[in-house]
Ligand binder design. Sequence first.
Ligand SMILES: O=C(O)CCC(=O)C(=O)O
Length: 208
Amino acid sequence: MGAYLQGSLFDQSDDAVLGPLRGVRRTELGDGAWIDLLTGWLRGADDLFVRLAADVPWKAERRRMYDRTVDVPRLLAFYGADDTLPHRVLTEARAALCAYYAAELGEAFTTAGLCYYRDGHDSVAWHGDRTGRGRSEDTMVAILSVGAPRDLLLRPRGGGATVRRPLGHGDLIVMGGSCQRTWEHAVPKTSRTTGPRISVQFRPTGVG
Ligand SMILES: O=C(O)CCC(=O)C(=O)O
């Protein structure tokens, strides 16, 4: 992985430590969708970033778009329910999320999808996580963000104002309720000089 993260760029702490989830703040978006946000959930996230950048078997994918095949503008990796996650703090994060949201979600977060945004040219276009049960059922997708800050945008599927949530090093956002069905989200490209970012998305089995 060529992108180099200066160790002191984001966070001075040595060990990756998750804070309590009770500081999570919920915003109702409408149509039964909501987001929970906790800035700085993970302290000492530099080591996590460096380890993930180096150790994860990142894949560059290509996708069919109308009449041509294009590069997916980010690198990807996926860990299924039975796979060992690539860093112990991700295992701890998933367990903490499972415990905190158990009653409301009614099932566990199991899988982890990882995206590596190498710079501001990398992005994800407007979409909902609607492959699988996200298409028809309320669910949750929890995202831990490390590295350079990027904006996550959300907008109602039927049209309406865009909500912008900047995600920084160690921040958590959880999209819940009908969010994957009734809203869309995106991480747009940016012309600002932007370092690399890794997003870790925890989902229940069957939500993609
Ligand atoms: O980078 C992010 O935080 C969002 C990723 C995402 O929406 C996706 O991979 O489906």
